[in-house]
Design a binder for this molecule. Structure first.
Ligand code: PLP
Length: 348
């Protein structure tokens, strides 16, 4: 009988299974009613997250989408405007929650290829006081930036946005779904990247491999109000310590190893650059997301996705000529070499 072929699942870092240490921690988790503030594991996770990201308090939420939504609800009143990238996850992939549920309006600005918003574009988008205008309230940044290929926003860039925000009395929300990837890529303490944000959302269930959950961190006052907004959107989770326990393992054991995912992503990008019919600049691959283009007229990206899938390499065509592969802790160096051989087989 043939050996079953290992699926090399590069669709997303969200596909990761909990590690054995996480399952053990979940089994043993001390729990209580978190809506009463009595779940020791949730309390520990929230304190740990706040401490690691250099903020006063933390709040455990069900997902990155919920973390961003609750943050928007907490920063904004109905009719307020949020400056955000046109490729931001919160703008493109979160069902317009801030508008639908919070009455806030997005002001999308073009994301630059490196994931930033041009500082001049931000300046130009600020609304002066005028009876006709919605008040600008918030600037939302994303680090790493998913749709531009896991690009890292530098500490200096965020500091420059902070200066604009301070001059105009605005807050900054950081969608840091993959903020630890950014910190590891830059070799910085993550606090350096969150220092200039008023609120940060980050995900436990992406590269850090926990099964569920994200955290919001910010000032004590902000988190107190966010807790109320979380309740309003149905996010009071009771004995959530069962999943928070895995989150503690994610934060204490899974951060440093993200460097391996970045090395594997680079290896994949370099191999793809040498593969006929593929266009990619490996220099642009800074973290665990690899976006590349299929530059052949005789095959669509969807057909390439399908052919790869038949051979056990899973990834997504993401529109236009582009495809995306994401590395994570279940992907080994040898899997990347296998995937590259499959690409060659199909495209040669
Ligand atoms: C940058 C970014 N922000 C937020 C999210 C939302 O996270 P979740 O899927 O947990 O809602 C994602 C998910 O991929 C993301 O990539």
């Amino acid at each position: 009988m043939n050996e079953p072929v290992k699926v090399i699942d590069l669709r997303s870092d969200t596909v990761t299974q909990p590690t054995p240490a996480m399952r053990e921690a979940m089994y043993r988790a001390e729990v209580g009613d978190d809506v009463f503030g009595e779940d020791p594991s949730v309390n520990r996770l929230e304190a740990l997250a706040a401490e690691m990201l250099g903020k006063e308090a933390g709040l455990f939420v069900a997902s990155g989408t919920m973390g961003n939504l609750v943050s928007f609800l907490t920063h904004c009143r109905r009719g307020d405007e949020v400056i955000i990238g046109d490729q931001a996850h919160s703008f493109t992939m979160e069902v317009g929650g801030a508008s639908a549920l919070g009455g806030a309006q997005f002001r999308p600005l073009p994301n630059q290829p490196d994931g930033t918003l041009d500082l001049l574009d931000i300046q130009a988008a600020l609304r002066p006081a005028n009876i006709h205008y919605p008040p600008t309230r918030l600037i939302c940044l994303e680090n790493t930036h998913n749709r531009t290929g896991g690009r890292v926003l530098s500490r200096e860039y965020v500091a420059a946005v902070r200066q604009i925000a301070d001059r105009h009395g605005l807050a900054i929300h950081l969608d840091g779904a993959r903020i630890f990837n950014a910190a590891v890529a830059l070799g910085l303490d993550v606090k350096e990247l969150t220092l200039n944000a008023d609120s940060v959302q980050f995900c436990l269930s992406k590269g850090l491999a926990a099964p569920v959950g994200s955290l919001i961190v910010g000032s004590r006052e902000f988190i107190q109000q966010a807790r109320k907004n979380r309740k309003m959107v149905g996010g009071g989770m009771r004995q959530a310590g069962v999943i928070a326990a895995a989150g503690i393992v994610a934060l204490t054991q899974m951060v440093d190893r993200l460097a391996e995912d970045h090395a594997n992503a680079k290896l994949l990008a370099q191999g793809l650059a040498d593969t006929p019919g593929i266009e990619i600049d490996p220099e642009n691959v800074q973290t665990n997301i690899v976006i590349f283009s299929l530059a052949r007229g005789d095959m669509t990206p969807q057909e390439l996705e399908n052919q790869l899938k038949e051979r056990g390499v899973w990834l997504f065509a993401i529109g236009g000529r582009r495809l995306r592969a994401v590395t994570h802790y279940e992907i080994l160096r040898e899997d990347i070499l296998t995937a590259l051989a499959v690409f060659c087989e199909i495209l040669n």
